[in-house]
Design a binder for this molecule. Structure first.
Ligand SMILES: [Zn+2]
Length: 282
């Protein structure tokens, strides 16, 4: 069963949070070098030291197109991993509750290709891997696919080729080389650090902006520039890129969409006189 949908408008666009989760990740890994004595003031970990993480996709209805940002964990994980993450497989139910069928999705954008961000790109049907969104054009960064193919010891577990290779082979997925405009008011911009080619999805309508910042800032508990995940391949770059993001997102009042925050998927980020960053939920 899908949880209640969170929805807002951005100019002419309607944004609906469609969750595939929640799921569980090790809270220590989520906060990197930050001591537990500090992060546990913000996050309640369970008896296995895991925290509840959102699996937030965003359905953008532009009036012209149905655009899906990110596709969750999906239903292709091996049973053991599925159990470890307690994957819920809710995305299609969430989209149904939002009033959209998979056939009606025109565009799918993946911020990067870790399995928890592109799992429903494809699905198993009668033992075969098929596109979940048959009429959609998919977009991802070429560098992400190439990195996934390297199958490095550090992060090969995060890359499951069935989530992208069949779509690239059929021509359904377009591989991007850096920043690009996908549709009117919809663009992608590289914000490296978590991976070398992670991209944010920037939405703009009637002078209002929103940004799906993905794993650059996974939850509202990660706003401080040095509260960086242990998963990040290049934490120093994450810190610099967070500064670059806030320099625009705060003064221009961007609505920030958080990929892994189960309770607060959308918020404005504000900075007080002392420089403390806070999230103001919508
Ligand atoms: Zn990731």
């Amino acid at each position: 069963m899908a949880t209640a949908l969170k929805r807002t408008t951005l100019g002419d666009f309607e944004l609906t949070i469609c969750s595939d989760g929640p799921y569980f990740l090790d809270a220590g890994s989520m906060f990197g070098v930050v001591p537990k004595t500090l992060w546990e003031k913000r996050i309640q970990a369970n008896e296995r030291n895991q925290m509840t993480c959102g699996e937030n996709s965003v359905l953008v209805r532009t009036g012209d197109k149905n655009i899906l940002i990110e596709t969750g964990i999906g239903n292709k994980l091996p049973e053991k991993l599925d159990r470890i993450y307690d994957a819920k497989h809710l995305l299609l139910d969430s989209l149904h509750a939002a009033g959209v069928a998979p056939e009606e999705i025109d565009i799918v954008i993946n911020s990067h290709l870790h399995f928890d961000h592109c799992g429903w790109n494809t699905m198993l049907r009668d033992g075969k891997v098929v596109p979940t969104f048959p009429n959609a054009k998919y977009y991802a960064q070429r560098g992400e696919v190439e990195h996934g193919h390297l199958q490095l010891e550090r992060d090969r577990i995060s890359y499951i080729s069935e989530n992208y290779d069949p779509l690239v082979a059929s021509g359904q997925m377009t591989l991007l080389d850096g920043n690009a405009q996908i549709a009117p008011g919809i663009s992608v911009e590289l914000f490296p650090g978590h991976t070398a080619q992670m991209q944010a999805i920037v939405l703009e309508s009637q002078g209002k902006k929103a940004c799906y910042i993905s794993d650059l800032i996974p939850t509202t508990a990660h706003l401080d520039i040095t509260w960086v995940m242990a998963y990040d391949l290049d934490p120093l770059t994450t810190i610099e890129q967070r500064k670059r993001f806030y320099a625009r997102a705060i003064p221009e009042k961007w609505l920030v969409l958080f990929t892994h925050d189960h309770d607060t998927p959308m918020a404005y980020v504000e900075k007080d006189e002392k420089g403390k960053l806070t999230a103001v939920p919508v």
